[in-house]
Design a protein around this ligand. Structure first.
Ligand code: BTN
Length: 262
């Protein structure tokens, strides 16, 4: 069944996020459509949802594949008052907290976070988040792209041991609209706290769910190869890694080679 806007509205409790929803049958990427929507001047909090993507994007140049009509492919367009650069590195972690909460409530599952913002269920990825900042008509904008594996039950062999869906995890199918509304509800709560500067509470929740802390990693920084243990996540969303003789901070654009990130 196609996404039904009336069902989304029924479950929606927000003031601005998801009040304007645009539904597509197929697009290149909902994040790209968010840019086009910003060009048209669509309102803050506009949600763009598609049944399918032909060029879905993941982090670090990866693609994002999905099951037509079975998953959630959504972007939320925001015009952050503090500017996109200030927001981007931390909003991306905050969104992970919001979506994790939403999936736990809507599907009664336990979720973990893998830095920066993969959502896992029993060690397998169930949701990916791609936040992109851009400028349109002199406004700083952010597209928060969220892909949730919902009712698909098979994955290509290359990722079948790393990916799961709500349906696989729980053995039942889910009403996507209910999950979408819950994500939008939680996103508004977390984003509003975030805009009020209540980052401490969000990061506390983030750290408590982040399975990356304590794991060993290998990475390249300034052309040098390092090995270390992830010790913490900073308030602005960086990994703090302890190597033999120093502490190194990595942001979500840095490339981690080995450990839990391959
Ligand atoms: C990742 O884990 O690499 C991020 C995946 C993000 C996928 C979502 S699906 C909706 C939105 N549109 C895109 O092209 N990407 C994001």
């Amino acid at each position: 069944m196609d996404i039904d806007l009336n069902i989304i509205s029924f479950f929606l409790k927000t003031k601005f996020i998801g009040k304007n929803v645009i539904i597509f049958d197929e697009v290149d990427s909902t994040n790209t459509q968010a840019r086009i929507a910003a060009e048209r001047g669509e309102v803050n909090g506009t949600a763009l949802i598609s049944e399918n993507q032909t060029a879905g994007r993941g982090r670090q140049g990866h693609s994002w594949d999905s099951h037509r009509g079975k998953d959630i492919l959504m972007s939320v367009l925001l015009y952050p008052k503090g500017g996109k650069n200030h927001f981007l590195s931390t909003i991306t972690l905050a969104v992970g907290v919001a979506v994790g909460r939403a999936l736990e409530q809507a599907a009664k599952i336990q979720t973990d976070l893998k830095w920066p913002n993969d959502i896992l269920v029993k060690g397998k990825k169930i949701c990916g988040i791609l936040c992109e900042g851009f400028t349109r008509n002199n406004n700083d904008c952010i597209a928060i792209g969220i892909g949730v594996n919902v009712n698909g039950r098979s994955f290509p062999k290359s990722i079948s041991d790393k990916a799961t869906s709500l349906s696989l995890a729980k053995g039942e199918n889910f009403i996507r609209e209910e999950i979408i509304s819950q994500i939008l509800n939680e996103l508004e709560v977390v984003y509003s706290e975030f805009c009020l500067g209540k980052l401490d509470e969000i990061m506390k929740e983030y750290r408590s769910k982040c399975i990356s802390i304590g794991k060993s990693v290998e990475f390249i920084k300034d052309n040098h190869k390092f090995m270390g243990i992830i010790e913490d996540i900073s308030l602005n969303g960086e990994l703090i890694i302890r190597t033999n003789d120093q502490k190194i901070r990595l942001n979500s654009l840095d490339k981690i080679n080995q450990g839990i990130y391959n």
